[in-house]
Design a protein around this ligand. Structure first.
Ligand SMILES: C[S@@+](CC[C@H](N)C(=O)[O-])C[C@H]1O[C@@H](n2cnc3c(N)ncnc32)[C@H](O)[C@@H]1O
Length: 359
């Protein structure tokens, strides 16, 4: 074995510290959200000194230095910025922390606070902490997620609502925040997805936020939203969209195109093939414009930073769902298994890819 140099050894040790401790970034972010730091900075005009921030947050004077250390860490992690130009250092909001301010709406209803509180909740953290023992436990298929195994409930399901209604509500809010951010970018960057289509079924379209944004841009499109009964029952009727309560594993309302936006990553390959098979039954042949539009994460970005995010999202799926994030080959495999003849990646928007899949 080639002996490492002292410099290499110190670097390896520092890297180990970083990997062992980076959970503290999530914890410090959770602390900022729980204290309402982004909203406090916003109320203070978008820039706050440590003392004005501490006063706004009602932090006792004895804790000011500790708040200062947390702010230094959050700033170095890219969650806030600092400005020393006036002589007195201030903390400022950047785009990321603006997403966490109460009352600011960027890109529709995309308040992201619930995502931080959900992913750092004890339910999520405990599921991830139990990974090693979960892996060692031999269970017959279908394999349930560490989350289900530990908590005896399925995320976003009635079983979670029974276990802890408050947490269930928070998790559902986080899901909506996760799903709703981004549709306006898709509409701007890929209008060709919807141009020339007469009808669209948004399969698992939730409360219809995405469908409403599409209809606003393409008013002539006949749009149907399919989701489960409890979701559809909560929606107030409007005359632009048809809301259908049902199970996508049984039938999907027919349309020229079916869209699955941020749906398939929640399901294992077997279920994805079943869902896609139903999609194929719902659309006409390719010559008549039949297609399935899929918007979901595609693992494999060349940028190291983006790839890390894609893989973190896969680890999240592993810990709390039965699904996974897929690379292009894995996507292609499920399309072909469901009997589709081809596909195209229309665009890659950050970690998300937009596919058209043809019957
Ligand atoms: C991740 S959300 C989808 C978000 C939505 N497509 C969007 O981008 O805004 C998952 C949705 O799938 C719905 N769902 C789950 N199982 C379903 C099923 N078997 N049939 C229809 N909808 C289902 C859930 O109720 C939930 O609204």
């Amino acid at each position: 074995m080639v002996l490492p140099t002292d410099t290499e050894l110190l670097k390896a040790q520092a890297d180990l510290w970083r990997h062992s401790l980076c959970y503290l970034t999530s914890i410090a972010l959770k602390c900022a959200v729980e204290l309402g730091i982004p909203t406090a900075i916003y109320r203070l005009g978008g820039a706050a000194t440590l003392s004005s921030l501490a006063t706004e947050l009602s932090i006792p004077q004895s804790k000011f230095p500790f708040l200062g250390r947390i702010m230094r860490f959050l700033t170095s992690s890219g969650i806030f910025t600092t400005d020393d130009s006036s002589g007195e250092g201030t903390y400022n909001l950047n785009l990321l922390s603006k997403l966490l301010v109460d009352g600011i709406v960027l890109d529709g209803d995309a308040h992201q606070k619930a995502i931080v509180l959900t992913t750092t909740s004890r339910y999520y953290m405990e599921a991830a902490l139990g990974l090693a023992s979960w892996l060692k436990k031999d269970t017959s298929p279908p394999v349930t997620s560490p989350f289900q195994d530990l908590h005896g409930a399925t995320l976003f399901d009635d079983s979670m609502a029974c276990l802890d209604p408050e947490a269930h509500e928070l998790f559902s809010e986080a899901l909506a925040a996760h799903d709703n951010l981004g549709i306006s970018v898709v509409l701007q960057k890929c209008p060709e997805l919807f141009k020339g289509i007469q009808s669209l079924t948004d399969c698992c379209g939730g409360d219809g936020t995405t469908a409403r944004a599409i209809i606003k841009a393409f008013p002539d499109l006949k749009c149907t939203v399919l989701d489960l009964h409890p979701v559809i029952n909560k929606i107030s009727a409007d005359d632009t969209i048809e809301y259908v309560a049902g199970d996508m594993f049984k039938i999907i309302p027919p349309a020229q195109a079916v869209m699955l936006k941020l749906v398939l990553h929640f399901w294992n390959n077997e279920d994805c093939v079943k869902i896609l098979t139903q999609c194929k039954k719902a659309i006409p042949p390719r010559e008549e414009g039949g297609k399935v539009i899929i918007i979901d994460i595609v693992v494999g970005s060349t940028s190291k930073e983006m790839l890390e995010i894609e893989l973190l999202m896969d680890m999240l799926m592993l810990a709390v769902t039965n699904g996974q994030q897929r690379d292009e080959n894995e996507w292609c495999e499920i399309f072909m298994k469901a009997g589709f003849s081809g596909y195209k990646i229309v665009k890659k928007l950050g970690p998300r890819g937009i596919f058209e899949v043809y019957p």
